[in-house]
Design a protein around this ligand. Sequence first.
Ligand SMILES: [Zn+2]
Ligand SMILES: [Zn+2]
Length: 342
Amino acid sequence: MRMTVLASGSKGNSTVIASAHTRLLIDAGLSCRELLKRMALAGEDPAALDAILITHEHQDHIAGLATLARRLRIPVYLTEPTHREWVRMVTPRTTMTYAKWLDRLQAEKETGAAAVTSGVPHDREAAGEAIVGLVSTPPHDFPCDAIPSLAAAVDPDEDEDEVEAPAAKRDPAFLPSVEYFHSGTNFSIGDISITPFTIPHDAADPCGFVLESRSESIRMAVATDLGYMPPNVRSALKRIDVLLLESNHDLEMLRDGPYPWAVKQRVLSRVGHLSNHATAEFLARDYDGAATYIVLGHLSEANNAPELALLSAEHAIGCRGTLLGNRVLLAQQAAPLAPISL
Ligand SMILES: [Zn+2]
Ligand SMILES: [Zn+2]
């Protein structure tokens, strides 16, 4: 079984997990072009991918999803709430604010046109609700620990994709095939058995994955984007051979760093990201020491230093770290990590 981390961090996440017979892509958080480039660099054949699995709908996990799934014509596995939220994100909005609606009404009155405007609420209360809906909606494409960027909501490769079906041009949420799973319920793709588990994070229905190759009896897990380590995650991460685990920020660097206060609060919250300290605490207290490799991922570029994350995890592993087990690696944002094969 093999894990190839193509990218990890708030600018994009994607990992190939492959058994002898099945190849899966976990998240597609870079542009389609960049994902294909990184697969080529890492020696992974995109045409051999069987499916894409999505952990949650944040931009750094889905940026290239639609274009890649259409180009490769492979199914996308995700939960229904995640799919619904993603469709909402990529579908152009037609709702207007109450202020704009009033302006338009005024303009229409002045020109003598009919005051009734289709699709716009006529009474103030309904219009008010529409505004509340717009204003209170959190920035849905908020990168996991950075500043929101609406411009990034569309894969830059999208327009250049000539192989897309006409349906995709009409419907930005078009995917060749969608399969729903439920966290806590095991399912299989080829000879890989997948157990999704719920993680505490500010998305519609976020999850991590345990993936087991039945033919090889190897287990790999992906656990990033979680505010803390709840009991269900701690127990999901038992008997894992290769563990991709978040080590997002150094608490002091985050505290003194450049992020606005509200973003700092979000990262630190119970639905934010694991600090080096929280990851070390898990590794020292709850981790069973079974992994051959622990890959630290989703490191913040602004609020962490790779050496700090590594030192913190290695210190927590202590004397359990040997040449044969508990080796700690760092996933990169800018380049793929060499494939880890067991
Ligand atoms: Zn993320
Ligand atoms: Zn996230």
